[in-house]
Design a protein around this ligand. Sequence first.
Ligand code: KIV
Length: 259
Amino acid sequence: MPINTKFIKELKRIRPIVATTAYDSIISKLADDAGVDILLVGDSVGTTQLGFDSTIHVSLEMMIHHTAAVSRICPNALVVSDLPFGYSYDEYDVIFHACRELIQKGGCSAVKIEGGVELAPTVKRLVDSGIPVLGHIGLLPQQIKNLGGYRKFGKTEMESESLINDASALEKAGCFAIIGEMIEPDLSKRITSSIGVPLIGIGSGPYCDGQILVSNDLLGFSIQKTPSFVKRFGTISNEVSTAFEAYKKAVLERTFPHE
Ligand code: KIV
């Protein structure tokens, strides 16, 4: 049975949720075969695959293109696609249209949107219209121009209260789960126990209901600096370099192809 949002919600009380990002068919198939629960077609596609320096350059068309590549393998995992940069919370119809395109043309089952309390009324309308929403609080990469850089969230009591309110508002609005990025571990523990839907952490410590890592980071398949919280579970870049060097050598030395 393909994983649905109801199942993800129920996992909160059963076992940790395993999530990663995916942008193409091959990585999606391999992650799916390994039993990952959620494949997020993140707007991190901009930095991991498309050579941009941040996610704000990623368009809806790019998201649809990559979401369709992931959905096409018909994974068992829940495919979630990111609403890219540039959608104002006030323009409900525009947001609804974008989410509909991601679902109808991209083939995903849910949409992830960055934001807290201010986003909750929009989430409620989307969920009421049949669009499942994965929340995203803490560090919001699409706000990087306002933030001025990456940092941990929840160091002060005021910021902690505000993040707890964000999580609670998103739960009430109908999010089936929430991603918490770069949240102080003690605070992510508080949030995890204060909401009824799963908090899936990234750089937020061990006390969340699940974890998500960018696939290129966890695979060691990246040409960028990886965040300090990342654990590399593979060294794919080394293997790719070795294979290309061996191919080049074989062609130059005429040992490939054989007659
Ligand atoms: O775009 C992305 O990959 C994300 C993850 C960091 C959660 O939003």
